[in-house]
Design a protein around this ligand. Structure first.
Ligand code: ZN
Ligand code: ZN
Ligand code: ZN
Length: 152
């Protein structure tokens, strides 16, 4: 364990007798493998001779800003992102199912009150399809009206 983990626990000038701690092997908020200290215990002799036994905890956070104590959600699959979100903030593209972070999630309204959660490439494809559908409806309309006319 990096000895500096214990520094905040020790009074200035104290002599460390023993340091123990727990490390969680996980990913940092950018999705890189990391060993995060969860807690540390330092037993030290202070300059006035007292033996101090001090326990400390560390706060760490997901990229979405929620603490690591919240359940882990997904790792964003967008190239170069890899951010970890908590379960509540994790999203998935409804079309290709890749996991997305808050920054890479795109929402597309397909009709009033109906929204799709998509990655950016699916968003572009679906938006294009919807545009063509709208154009198609517009083009078909006159023929439909014509077809509905009673035949002479
Ligand atoms: Zn979150
Ligand atoms: Zn997608
Ligand atoms: Zn992302």
């Amino acid at each position: 364990m990096n000895p500096s983990f214990f520094n905040p626990l020790e009074p200035p000038g104290a002599e460390r007798l023993r340091g123990t701690g727990t490390i969680r092997f996980t990913y940092d908020e950018h999705g890189e493998p990391a060993a995060l200290p969860e807690n540390a215990v330092s037993i030290s002799r202070s300059p006035d001779g007292s033996i101090d036994d001090i326990h400390g905890g560390f706060d760490s956070f997901y990229h979405c800003g929620h603490p690591r104590t919240a359940p882990l959600g997904t790792k964003c699959a967008i190239e170069g992102c890899n951010r970890l979100s908590c379960q509540a903030c994790s999203a998935r593209c409804q079309r290709c199912l890749v996991p997305l972070c808050l920054e890479h999630v795109c929402r597309l309204q397909t009709e009033p009150g109906r929204e799709l959660t998509l990655c950016s490439s699916c968003h572009d494809q679906v938006a294009r399809t919807l545009r063509w559908k709208a154009v198609g409806r517009f083009l078909i309309q006159p023929f439909v009206a014509f077809g509905n006319k009673p035949q002479p």
